[in-house]
Design a protein around this ligand. Sequence first.
Ligand SMILES: C[S@@+](CC[C@H](N)C(=O)[O-])C[C@H]1O[C@@H](n2cnc3c(N)ncnc32)[C@H](O)[C@@H]1O
Length: 233
Amino acid sequence: MKQLIDFFKDKTVNNVLDVGTGTGNFLEILQETFQAAQITGVDPNPESLQEAEKLFPEISFQKMVAEKLEFTDNSFDAASISMALHHLPDVQKGLQEMRRVVKPGGWIIVNELFSNNLNPAQEVHKLYHHFGSNIDRILGVNHNSSFKKEVILQAVQESGFAIQFHFEHKKEVNLVADKTELESRIEKMKLNLEKIKGYPEYEQLKLQVEIFKEQALIHGFQPATKVVVIGKN
Ligand SMILES: C[S@@+](CC[C@H](N)C(=O)[O-])C[C@H]1O[C@@H](n2cnc3c(N)ncnc32)[C@H](O)[C@@H]1O
């Protein structure tokens, strides 16, 4: 990610913590930005961590939540959280924990999709994402809908990091240009829907699958724009 590489090219970062690392989607970007740094990934999901370990044997992984980072104060030069802020039960607690483990003068990097100023194809992505987060919440799994860009910037500011730079990025693709891909997304939604069979929300969410199909055929399906926020401790 060019803007990230350019921002950090004259800064010394020896170790980085990736919070909510999942299967490690953001780790390649961190490796390319901080080529000499030691990277640690944490996530509460052990299956995702197992997957990440296979893909990144050189990186160390630990099971933990953002809200309770098991590291001493001032342990890292930088901490990142990618596509996971809206999964946190307590966003401020998570960000403040990241601030605690980052050294004074160190950095936070937040990469997060947002819900406003989207084109029609991205609104279809939002519908798809919110369908999944809705089902998670009904099942008692914390998963917020996506936040507005301003809310993400404000959350970083409120946690005490001083925002130095932020930029947007998006992919100009239609993920369902191929009809079989659209069918496979719909199948996934239907499988997910079955998890809440018998719940009062079932019929309303069933309707969402039809709306998704209709809208995706008209507008396409493009991932929502993301914002990268860099803050200084
Ligand atoms: C959409 S994935 C993002 C994975 C990866 N960072 C990426 O950029 O694609 C969200 C991740 O947040 C994790 N997560 C959920 N609750 C969390 C918490 N309280 N603290 C840290 N991570 C959490 C999930 O286990 C999941 O791996």
